[in-house]
Each structure stands twice: as structure tokens, then as C-alpha cells.
Design a protein around this ligand. Structure first.
Ligand code: ANZ
Ligand code: ZN
Length: 791
């Protein structure tokens, strides 16, 4: 039994004092940037899910280090923002006091213990002025490039957090943070024009080494949709209603228009006698979330406005309705309803007795028929194919033009909160909007006790006269500061750039180092950030690239999103009381056991089920590793060397493909063989430790040192010299008898047909099939497969 406590303590101290993983960024020869998602210091400690994520990323970094790369693995704290502020409010302590305490605990009691190869000299804290100065600087660069703009808009408002939320932070109509139902408010806000980049954000995905799952999350978030915009004039009025449709080929089947009840024109279209009915309807719709509103199965509600539009091609009168299934923020907020060919329009038309007009060829029984096809009842276009009509859409009518819409919206970056970087803008009565001059950065967040949001819709900073009142940088007259702070997602959209120059006073990062280290080689983190954080980081990177500040467009060459942990088959939650606290296991099982177990309990990319019994089993496994490492030295069997050769291959393949559990399983198999040996060669033990070192750092450091190694094992190189044994390894040959796969036999490479058949006869189950008759024919492909016909 090995004394994990003292061994772990010894090596933690070594890591702390010798800093073996500090990287000489300037002179490194083989740079590899291994990034993980930095934590929010918004709880009393890092939870097991954070650890899972960090360790899974670190396994990859350690592996690369063993392979001879100069691995840069930084960590920091995403310390500004609503999570940290809400936590501070809950605890009742000022965020500026609480955050450093949380960080200290995260760092000293947790992160420094888990054996990750962090370069602590690169630590960043997004809430420090030396960091947020540059967050503000980035805001200014975007402003100067015309990518930041202030506009009035209807925004998502969380009545509990008392702040505006981006669309992305609203999940099923509820606040992502506190699950309170959101409402809408009209406010003047700062937006980043991410929609300008929608196509590039989409196209660039093709070039990235990301999983299809993550790419698809990004694709659907961008939500590019090709179609047409069509303007319908309103009868007896100069108003036109513009709709967006993906199916302009169904234009002759339009029997009514439906507008979102929040649509700007609705107030002008509603006839007087319907005002009160409409007010009621609007109220009921505002309570619904997006998923409910767009659900295909739910009965839809709506009402007639009393107004009519004119069909641009037929001149027919078309009733104008409002309906809950039309979203104001998508497309133009208005649809041309084609009940014969659209499910939602069909349900709506059936409910309210509206006309249904078929314009695509099909059996009328099949309505609503939503496929494309041959156009019918379509005036001069009858007989055309849908595709041909769509391809020619721009020549059909002056009121119809091809158009693309996106689900992606401009990024609202204003937050009416205290705990964030003040947006560096000044308002002057004479000069208007004036950006804070770069030399005046940072705009310091004032230290004040008056920081609690009051529900006025204004930031607490607005109550701080001293902060608000300033002089205009242009004319020197009296002026007022912007009082909103920027979104926490802006802090994290560029942190990977700051890691390379965390204390540079003169610029956000050193461009020479950026050339050498960026873009990030491998980024591993939670899939829950696959849409927002990744999208924003990509956008900021692209914008800085276009401004000539960065030499690349895409920040993360490779990204892998991992799964979630459950406990004993159930979701972990405070209410269930089944939260796993990682620190509990440091003393009972050890860090090595916890790390190895986390990586073993399931496929990292899919997540796993945490069970204490599993922890015990891993602890036993590490004891056996220790036992093997302590066997007397001496010549090992050829078989064990062959086994090592195979294990190396399996571990390489598995780690490269983030199949950590199969890597550990392969090492376990090796141990099963190794325990049987009397003596073990020194080199085999050292190589075993190298294979296990990405998972269980401390025991492997100890074994390495015990066997005469100096410094960290990660500098000792990946095991080599086993290829000759690989060619001696057995192969598994699938056995087909009378055309049916009956099993496999394991035999040395290049075995003859007779040898394989002998082997089959020696296998009771397979022999049973052979004994059913006489062997009539054998087709043997060496090392690959054997086919036997028995009659
Ligand atoms: C007429 C039509 C006929 C449509 C037909 C579909 C089938 P995607 O693919 O998601 O882009 N639509 C447009 N704006 C909308 C809004 N703000 N809220 C709800 N629905 C909206 O979907 C585009 C289609 O969704 C559009 O094409 C429109 O209905 C509807 F046989 O227009 B279609
Ligand atoms: Zn001025």
C-alpha cells in the first residue's frame, strides 16, 4: 500500500516551489497552447463538474508535454459578472471583498492540489483593473470600427436579477441564472454588431477541428435561412407589411397575413372596436415563452385586426391577423400565411375558419403538404417547379426580393449592474457620444457600498454622482458617464489573449508572443458554452483580426466539449443533497484516485456516473500499480514487453481521441499481466508510470523518482523503443464458419492456415461448429480473417 497522503503532499509542494510547468513563452521551441474554461468564483468552492472539466483538459496537456511539447496551460478567474455578483448578494458581502476570498480558496485549496500543469505566472482575474482596462479597450476598438452601437430596443428583462439579458441568456422564457420568467422592456442599450459576421461565423466552421455536435450548435444558433422578403401594401393606406418567407413559391396560396402582436405596425392596423380585445391578447402572449409560441402541436391563438392587405400578384384582399406563433424578433416579425403548405398556418386557419388554398401539386388529402413540388393555381407560373421559381425570385415582382435572415441577433452588451467593467463612453450635450480616450483607461469601477440593483432599470452606478459627472474629453464641458457595465461574456471573449501577457501595461497582449502561441491549439470545456461563449470569442477574434490587431480569425483550432457528471444515476443538485465535493476525496482516496476515477467512470466527451464504490476500486488499482512498481528489478517476460507495446498504442490513440476511459482500461490490463511477474525491468516500470502520468500525476512522479528519474516525469519523454515487440504481438482473427461469424482466435502474427485451424480446434465453442461435419473449403487472409465451409 502506498502512502498517497505524503506522496501527494510532497509533489504538490514540488510543483508549487519548483514551478516545473512555468513556460518560457519567448524561447519555447515547440509551443502547444492547451486551454480550459476558467471558472466563475461564484460559489464557496469549485464543484466536481469544474474539476472534471479541468482534469480532462489537463490530461491532454500532460500527454502533449510527455510528447515533448512546451505546453502552456494557463488558468484564471472569470470574476466579474452576474454570477459572482449574485453570489455576493446572496452571501451579503461586497463582491469586491468576497471575490478575492473565493479566488484564494479556489486557487490555494483546490486548483493547486489537483496536479494540473498550470503556469501560475499567467493567472488572470477579469475583475482586476489591469485586466478590464483592456476589456474596455476592446469595446473602444469595436466602437471605432462601427461595430458597437447604441440603440433603442425591446429587451429581455429579468425582474429578479434586475437586469437586461441577451437572447442567449433566456432559456425557455426564463433567466438562465435564476430561472425567473423574463419580461420585455424598451431600453436604450449598447449592441455589438455580430450579425455582420454571421456568414463568416458560419463558413469558418468548416475549417475548424471541432466535433460536428458543437458545430451544429453554432450553426443552429446562427440559424441562416434563405428565402425572400415580400411587401404587401395595406388597403387604403400607405403602409406596407414586409414578410419573410422561405417558400416564396407558395405566394399564390397566401390567404391571410399574420403579424406578431408586438409588431410595430399592429397598433395602426387594429380597428378601434378591437382595441381592448387586442390589449388582452397582447398581455396573454407576453407571458408565453418562445418554445410555447412556436410549438407545432399547441393550439394557436390570434385575432383579426380588421384591416386588409393587397396581394401584390393577384390584387386580392387579404385579411391581416395577429397570432401568437409569429415572433417579433425573427425575420420581419410578419408572415404570409399559406395554410395549405405550412403546419402552423394550417392549424390557425382551421381554428379560425380561414381560407385554405392549395398551390403545390399533391393529393388534397395530404394537406398541409410542406414539400416543394410543381406549382398549381399560380397564374403564369402554374406548372413551374418550386426550385425554378425560387431561383428566379428577383425577377418576379418589384415587391419581392431574395433575402437571408438569421436567428443570430446583435449582441446586447449593456448590463444595468455594478460588478463589471464600466462601458467607456461619455455623453456630452454638445458633442454627443464621446468615447473615453484610450490614455484615460481604465474607467475604474468605483468602490461603493451602494451597488444593489433597485429595479429602476438603471445601473446602481447611475446613483453615484461622483462617478457619473465628468468632463467631456472633446470640449472640456460638463458631461456624464455611461453607467452600464459590459456583459460578462465580453470579459471571457478574449481571456485567452491576455494569458500570454497578463501584466503588460501598454497593450492587451504582446503581438510577437501572439504569433508564436496563438491561436489556441486545444480547447476543452463544457458543452453548455458551445453556443454563447464560443460564438462571442470567435466574433471578437474576427473583429480584432479585421482591425489588424490579430493575425488569425479563429481563436480555437480544436475544441472538444465534454459531458456532465451525475451521481448514483441522478442529476446532482443542492435540493437532492447529492452534490459531490471534490475536496472530500483528497483525504480519503487521494487526488490521483479522484482524477483517475473521474476520467474512468465514463467517456469524457459523454460524461459519467460518479459512485463511491468506483472510487474505492480505483484506489485499489493504484495500490496495484504501486505493488508492480516495487517488484524486484530484473528481466521481464517477452509477453509483458509485447503487452507494453500494445498498451502504448492504445493509450496514444485513446488520449488523442479523448477516450480517456479506454486509455485507463488498457493500463489496467497491463497491470493485470504485470502483477503475475516475479521481476520487472526498470524501464518497463518507468514507461508504465509515463502512460499513467496524465491521469495520476503524483504516484507516477514518485515512481519515476524511485527509479532514478530527475525532475518531473513529464520531461522524460513518451515511451519509445517498443515497435519491435509490436510486430510480435498477437492478432485477433475473426472466424467465419459456413458464412456466419462465430468468434475470434488470438494468434501470433503471420500464422499459417494450419496453425489457425489448430487454434480454432483448441477453442471449445468454435470447435463445436467445426465438428458438425468435414472441412470442405478454407479461405484464409493472413492476419485478417478465416472462412471455413463445413459439410
Ligand atoms: C410562407 C410559408 C409557406 C412558409 C410555406 C413556410 C412554408 P425558418 O426556416 O425557420 O427560417 N416565419 C417567418 N417569420 C416568422 C416569424 N417571425 N415567426 C414565426 N414564423 C415565421 O422559417 C421561415 C418560415 O417561418 C417562413 O416561411 C414563414 O413561413 C415562417 F409553405 O412563409 B413561411
Ligand atoms: Zn463635449
Amino acid at each position: 500500500m502506498y502512502d498517497f497522503k505524503s506522496i501527494e503532499k510532497k509533489w504538490q509542494k514540488y510543483y508549487e516551489e519548483e514551478e516545473p510547468f512555468k513556460v518560457d513563452l519567448k524561447n519555447a521551441k515547440k509551443p502547444f497552447y492547451n486551454l480550459m474554461m476558467f471558472p466563475y468564483p461564484s460559489a464557496s468552492g469549485l464543484h466536481i463538474g469544474n474539476m472534471y472539466s479541468f482534469i480532462g483538459s489537463d490530461v491532454y496537456g500532460r500527454y502533449k508535454k510527455l510528447q515533448g511539447y512546451d505546453v502552456f496551460e494557463p488558468i484564471g478567474f472569470d470574476a466579474f459578472g452576474i454570477h459572482s455578483e449574485n453570489y455576493a448578494l446572496k452571501v451579503g458581502e461586497h463582491p469586491a471583498k468576497l471575490t478575492p476570498k473565493s479566488i484564494k480558496y479556489f486557487r490555494d485549496e483546490q486548483l493547486k492540489k489537483i496536479g494540473n500543469i498550470y503556469d501560475w505566472s499567467s493567472e488572470v482575474n477579469t475583475s482586476s483593473p489591469e485586466y478590464y482596462k483592456w476589456t474596455q479597450w476592446i469595446f473602444l476598438q469595436l466602437y471605432k470600427a462601427g461595430l458597437a452601437e447604441k440603440k433603442n430596443s425591446e429587451v429581455n428583462w429579468c425582474p429578479s436579477c434586475k437586469t437586461v439579458l441577451a437572447d442567449e441568456q433566456v432559456i425557455d422564457g426564463k433567466c438562465e441564472r435564476c430561472s425567473t420568467e423574463i419580461t420585455k422592456r424598451e431600453m436604450s442599450q449598447w449592441f455589438f454588431k455580430i450579425t455582420k459576421y454571421a456568414d463568416r461565423l458560419l463558413e469558418n466552421l468548416e475549417k475548424l477541428d471541432w466535433t460536428e455536435t458543437t458545430k451544429n450548435i453554432q450553426r443552429s444558433w446562427i440559424g441562416r435561412s434563405e428565402g425572400a422578403k415580400i411587401r404587401f401594401p395595406v388597403e387604403n393606406s400607405d403602409i406596407e407589411i414586409e414578410v419573410f418567407t422561405t417558400r416564396p413559391d407558395t405566394i399564390y396560396g397566401v390567404t391571410y397575413l399574420t403579424l406578431a402582436p408586438e409588431h410595430k405596425l399592429v397598433k395602426k392596423l387594429i380597428k378601434e372596436d378591437k382595441f381592448s380585445q387586442f390589449e388582452e391578447f397582447l398581455e396573454s402572449v407576453k407571458k408565453m415563452d418562445v418554445a410555447t409560441r412556436t410549438s407545432k402541436t399547441r393550439p394557436k391563438t390570434g385575432m383579426f385586426t380588421g384591416s386588409y392587405a393587397i396581394h401584390p400578384l393577384t390584387g386580392e384582399r387579404i385579411p391581416i391577423w395577429v397570432g401568437d406563433y409569429v415572433l417579433v424578433e425573427y425575420g420581419t416579425g410578419a408572415v404570409m400565411a399559406v395554410p395549405a403548405h405550412d403546419e402552423r398556418d394550417y392549424a390557425f386557419a382551421k381554428k379560425y375558419g380561414l381560407e385554405i388554398k392549395q398551390v403545390i401539386e399533391c393529393d388534397p388529402e395530404d394537406l398541409p403538404y410542406t414539400e416543394k413540388g410543381i406549382m398549381i393555381n399560380s397564374g403564369p407560373y402554374t406548372g413551374w417547379k418550386s426550385e425554378d421559381f425560387i431561383a428566379n425570385i428577383d425577377s418576379v415582382h418589384e415587391k419581392i426580393e431574395s433575402a437571408v435572415t438569421y436567428h443570430l441577433h446583435d449582441w446586447c452588451v449593456s448590463r444595468q449592474r455594478y460588478w463589471g467593467p464600466p462601458i467607456p463612453i461619455i455623453y456630452c450635450d454638445k458633442c454627443g457620444i464621446v468615447p473615453v480616450p484610450e490614455e484615460d483607461l481604465p474607467v475604474l469601477l468605483p468602490e461603493t457600498d451602494d451597488y444593489i440593483p433597485d429595479g429602476s432599470g438603471k445601473s446602481p452606478l447611475a446613483r453615484n454622482e461622483e462617478f457619473v459627472n465628468t468632463t467631456c474629453p472633446k470640449c472640456g464641458g460638463p458631461a456624464k458617464r455611461e453607467t452600464d457595465v459590459s456583459d460578462n461574456f465580453l470579459d471571457s471573449a478574449w481571456y485567452f489573449l491576455r494569458y500570454i501577457s497578463p501584466h503588460d501595461q501598454d497593450r492587451p497582449f504582446d503581438p510577437e508572443l501572439a504569433k508564436k502561441w496563438l491561436p489556441v491549439d486545444m480547447y476543452i470545456g463544457g458543452n453548455e458554452h458551445a453556443n454563447l461563449h464560443l460564438m462571442y470569442a470567435r466574433f471578437i477574434t474576427m473583429a480584432l483580426h479585421d482591425l489588424g490587431i490579430l493575425h488569425f480569425e479563429e481563436p480555437f483550432k480544436s475544441f472538444r466539449g465534454h459531458g456532465l457528471i451525475i451521481k448514483d444515476g441522478e442529476k446532482m443538485s443542492k435540493s437532492k443533497g447529492n452534490i459531490v465535493n471534490p475536496n472530500d476525496y483528497f483525504d480519503t482516496h487521494g487526488v490521483d484516485a479522484l482524477r483517475t476515477y473521474l476520467m474512468f467512470m465514463g467517456s469524457f466527451l459523454e460524461g459519467g456516473d460518479f459512485r463511491d464504490s468506483g472510487m474505492d476500486a480505483i484506489k485499489r488499482f493504484l495500490n496495484r500499480v504501486w505493488e508492480v512498481a516495487n517488484k524486484p528489478e530484473g528481466e521481464s517476460s517477452l509477453q509483458l514487453k509485447i503487452k507494453m507495446a500494445e498498451t502504448i498504442k492504445k493509450v496514444e490513440y485513446s488520449i488523442e481521441n479523448i477516450k480517456y476511459n479506454t486509455a485507463i482500461a488498457a493500463i489496467m490490463e497491463f497491470i493485470n499481466e504485470a502483477v503475475k511477474e516475479e521481476r520487472i525491468e526498470r524501464q518497463l516500470v518507468v514507461d508504465l508510470a509515463k502512460l499513467l502520468a496524465p491521469f495520476a500525476p503524483f504516484i507516477c512522479e514518485e515512481i519515476h523518482e524511485m527509479k532514478g528519474g530527475k525532475g518531473t516525469i513529464l520531461n522524460a519523454g513518451w515511451p519509445t523503443g517498443y515497435d519491435k515487440y509490436l510486430s510480435m504481438a498477437d492478432v485477433e482473427i475473426p472466424v467465419q464458419i459456413n458464412g456466419k461469424m462465430r468468434g475470434k482466435v488470438k494468434i501470433h502474427q503471420k500464422a499459417s492456415e494450419d496453425e489457425v485451424i489448430e487454434k480454432i480446434k483448441g477453442d471449445e465453442r468454435l470447435a463445436h461448429y467445426l465438428n458438425k461435419g468435414e472441412i470442405r473449403k478454407v479461405i484464409y487472409v493472413q492476419d485478417k480473417i478465416i472462412n471455413i465451409i463445413v459439410k
